[in-house]
Design a protein. Structure first.
Length: 173
């Protein structure tokens, strides 16, 4: 009924039983890259890659899947995967562009990051306005009407006072 491993089961099996527990077949990044390039040139694999890209799978996820599969098979180590990942990614992008297939690279949008920055800038301006309200000063709402500029480098004095180190190593003696 349940096919999940029993806790501690891995400690009872024979060591070096799985491919990833043994030395890799391709310890050098150059050899591992050539292995992947030869596999990615296969017309059946190219057709499968382009089909997955058309279905909406992003290139980053596909690259990670290819490289993780090779690690599981014992072809190369995770470290080698990290080294050759950009080359495999660019190869897949180039193949998709050559075939005229639309694809998503899988990187975060710059627009979403810009929205986060704009929100932070507006939040700081709102805190300044609230500080003016508490101090019974004249309220100037023009900063909220303007488009956000670059994020200010200095934090307001109030925020610096509130931020105190936390954790075991931050305690005072």
């Amino acid at each position: 009924m349940f096919n999940a491993p029993i806790p501690g089961q891995s400690l009872t099996s024979e060591p070096k039983n799985y491919p990833w527990e043994n030395p890799p077949e391709f310890p050098k990044p150059e050899d591992a890259l050539m292995f992947h390039m030869e596999r990615l040139e296969d017309p059946k694999k190219v057709k499968a890659i382009l089909g997955l890209l058309e279905l909406g799978l992003d290139v980053t996820t596909m690259t990670e899947g290819i490289l993780r599969g090779a690690v599981v098979e014992g072809r190369h180590s995770i470290d080698v995967s990290l080294i050759i990942a950009p080359v495999i990614h660019e190869y897949i992008v180039g193949t998709a562009e050559a075939a005229g297939v639309e694809y998503d690279e899988g990187f975060e949008d710059d627009e979403a990051q810009q929205e986060d920055i704009d929100y932070t800038v507006r939040e700081r301006k709102a805190k300044e306005i609230l500080k003016d309200i508490e101090g019974k000063k004249d309220i100037d709402l023009t900063p909220m009407m303007e488009e956000p500029e670059a994020m200010p480098e200095e934090q307001p004095q109030m925020e610096q006072e509130q931020q105190q180190p936390m954790g075991l190593m931050a305690r005072r003696m």
